[in-house]
Design a protein around this ligand. Structure first.
Ligand code: UDX
Length: 477
C-alpha cells in the first residue's frame, strides 16, 4: 500500500486547532503522513521544537489576510472569516497544488492524497475537490449543535426561529429531532434569537446553517464525539451526509503522539500549586480561548467563587478582562492568600483536569473543554458564552447529568451555590464518573470510536488508492 498523506486544515482558532491536531496525532499514530495548515500568524505562536518531534508531521502556513496587530478576538471573527475567504483561497489553491505535485514533495512525504478541512471552511473542501483531491469535513463542535444548525430551516418554516425579543426562553423547541423533550429556546445558539437592537436575525446564523449543510458535499463528515454521548444526534445527521464518523474524544486517544496545541504560553506553576492541595478541594475555572467577560460578570464570578469557600485556579487570558479587573484580583489574592486563589493567563488544561486536587470545573462548555471534563469524570458547572456552548451545557445539565447549567445567569449567589453543589454532591460526581467510564470504553480497543477511527482510516486509504483525479488543467491551478 502506498504511503498515505492527509492535509489537515482547521479554522485558525484555538478550539478548532486543538481537536484537529489531536486528529492529526491519531493519523500519525496510525502511520500516515500529515501536513497541518496553520495561518502564518498562528504558526509563529506554536512550539515548533515539539512539532519537529514527529517526522511524519509537516506544519505549513497560509496568510489570513489580517494585519499583524489585528486582535482576532471574538468580536472580530467576521473580519477573520471574510479575510480567509477573500485572501486565503488563492494561497490555499497554490499550497494544495504544490503538495499534489510529487516532484515538489518533501523528502519522504508522498503527494497529498486527501484533505480533511474544518466544516467552517467550505472553500477548502470545494477547491480540493476541484483539484481532484477527495475532501472530508471535520466539525470541532458537538453533533447536537450541528444538528440544531441543520434544523434551522425547518425551525424557521414552523415559526420556532427566529425567537422574538422578550419571548419566554423556557418554552420547549419541537423541531430539533430527538431533543423535543428537553431543548428550550434558551438552549439554541444565541443567533437564533432576534437581535434586540435591530429586531432582525444575525446574518451569522445563515452563514453557520449554510456551512453545516455544505458538509453534505464532502466525502464524509467527521465528529470529535462518541456514539454513547451523541448517538441520537449522529443518527439524525447521518442520512443528510455522504458518511459520518464519530471518533472522539480525540485528545484521549492514547496511542497518538502529543503535539503542541497551545497558542498561549502555559503557566509553569499550576501543577505544583495543585500538588499542594488535598484531593478534590480545588475549583478549576476556565472559559476557553474566546470568551470575554464584562466588569459586572467578572465581579459576580469573583464574589461567587470566594463565597463558595474553596480554593480556585482561574484562567483569565490577558485579552479577557481589563487592567482595572487585574488590580481587583490582586487585592482579592492578597486578602484570600496564595494557596486559596491562583490566577493564570493560560493553563495546561488537560493536565489540570487530570489532577487529583481538582473537584469541579467551571467552564463555558466549549466542546473541547466539555469532552476534557467528561473524560476525567469531573463535575461541570457551565456558563455558556456563545454558539454551540448553549446546547452543550443543556446536554450536561439535562441529558448526561455530569454537571449544572448556569445558562444566561451570572449572579454571585448562583455561582456560589452551583460551585458548592458540584464540589459536594456525591450524586453528581457519581454521574460524572459513570459517564467517564462509558466514554473511556468508547475509545478503548473494540470501542465505538476506536472502531470508527479504524473505519475512517480504511475509508481514507481507499480514497488514496483511487488516486487524485485532476478535474482542471494544471495550468489553471
Ligand atoms: C470554540 C467553541 O466553543 C467550541 O465548542 C468549538 O468546538 C471550537 O471553538 P473555545 O471557546 O476555545 O472553542 O473552547 P473549547 O472548545 O473548550 O477549546 C478550548 C481549548 O483550549 C481546550 O482544548 C482547552 O484544553 C484549551 N485550554 C483552555 C488550555 O489549554 N488552557 C487554558 O487555560 C484554557
Amino acid at each position: 500500500m502506498a504511503p498515505v498523506h492527509v492535509l489537515v486544515f482547521p479554522w485558525p482558532l484555538q478550539g478548532h486547532i486543538n481537536s484537529m491536531l489531536h486528529f492529526a496525532a491519531g493519523l500519525l499514530g496510525a502511520g500516515l503522513h500529515v501536513s497541518f495548515v496553520h495561518t502564518e500568524h498562528n504558526l509563529r505562536r506554536v512550539d515548533l521544537v515539539k512539532a519537529a518531534a514527529s517526522p511524519r508531521l509537516r506544519l505549513m502556513s497560509l496568510p489570513d489576510g489580517l494585519p499583524d496587530d489585528h486582535p482576532r478576538s471574538v468580536d472580530d471573527l467576521k473580519d477573520l472569516a471574510k479575510s480567509l475567504i477573500t485572501t486565503g483561497t488563492v494561497p490555499y489553491r497554490a499550497l494544495l497544488a504544490s503538495v499534489l505535485a510529487a516532484d515538489t514533495a518533501d523528502a519522504g512525504f508522498p503527494p497529498v492524497s486527501c484533505v480533511v478541512a474544518d466544516g467552517l471552511l467550505p472553500f477548502a473542501i470545494d477547491i480540493a475537490e476541484e483539484l481532484g483531491v477527495p475532501a472530508l469535513a471535520f466539525r470541532t463542535a458537538s453533533a447536537c449543535s450541528v444538528l440544531a444548525y441543520l434544523s434551522v430551516p425547518k425551525l424557521m418554516e414552523v415559526g420556532e426561529v427566529p425567537i422574538p425579543v422578550g419571548a419566554d426562553l423556557d418554552e420547549l423547541v419541537r423541531g430539533v429531532p430527538g431533543m423535543e423533550d428537553f431543548l428550550r429556546r434558551r438552549d439554541l445558539p444565541g443567533t437564533c434569537r432576534l437581535r434586540a437592537e435591530t429586531n432582525d436575525v444575525d446574518p451569522l446564523l445563515h452563514i453557520l446553517v449554510n456551512y453545516s449543510v455544505h458538509s453534505s458535499k464532502a466525502r464524509a463528515l467527521i465528529f470529535n464525539t462518541t456514539v454513547s454521548l451523541e448517538g441520537s444526534a449522529l443518527a439524525h445527521i447521518a442520512p443528510r451526509m455522504r458518511d459520518v464518523f464519530a471518533i472522539g474524544p480525540l485528545h484521549a486517544i492514547s496511542a497518538a503522539p502529543a503535539l503542541p496545541t497551545s497558542l498561549w504560553r502555559e503557566d509553569d506553576g499550576c501543577m505544583a500549586w495543585l500538588d499542594g492541595h488535598i484531593d478534590r478541594s480545588v475549583v478549576y475555572v476556565s472559559l476557553g480561548s474566546l470568551a470575554v467577560i464584562s466588569l459586572e460578570q467578572f465581579t459576580e464570578f469573583l464574589s461567587g467563587l470566594v463565597g463558595a469557600g474553596y480554593a480556585f485556579l482561574w484562567v483569565l487570558r490577558p485579552d479577557m478582562v481589563g487592567e482595572s479587573q487585574r488590580g481587583v484580583l490582586q487585592d482579592a489574592i492578597d486578602a484570600a492568600g496564595n494557596d486559596k486563589m491562583r490566577v493564570v493567563d493560560w493553563a495546561p488544561q488537560r493536565d489540570v483536569l487530570r489532577h487529583r486536587a481538582v473537584g469541579c470545573f467551571l467552564t463555558h462548555a466549549g466542546w473541547n473543554s466539555t469532552l476534557e471534563g467528561v473524560v476525567e469524570g469531573v463535575p461541570l458547572v457551565c456558563w455558556p458564552f456563545f454558539a454551540d456552548q448553549q446546547i452543550n451545557s443543556r446536554f450536561v445539565g439535562a441529558v448526561w447529568g455530569n454537571g449544572l447549567d448556569m445558562k444566561d445567569v451570572c449572579k454571585r449567589a448562583v455561582v456560589e451555590a452551583m460551585v458548592r453543589e458540584a464540589m459536594e454532591s456525591g450524586e453528581l460526581r457519581m454521574s460524572a464518573q459513570t459517564l467517564a467510564q462509558q466514554v473511556r470504553r468508547d475509545i478503548a480497543d473494540g470501542g465505538s470510536s476506536t472502531t470508527e477511527f479504524e473505519r475512517l482510516l480504511c475509508f481514507i486509504k481507499e480514497l488514496t488508492a483511487k488516486g487524485a483525479v485532476p478535474r482542471r488543467p494544471a495550468d489553471s491551478l
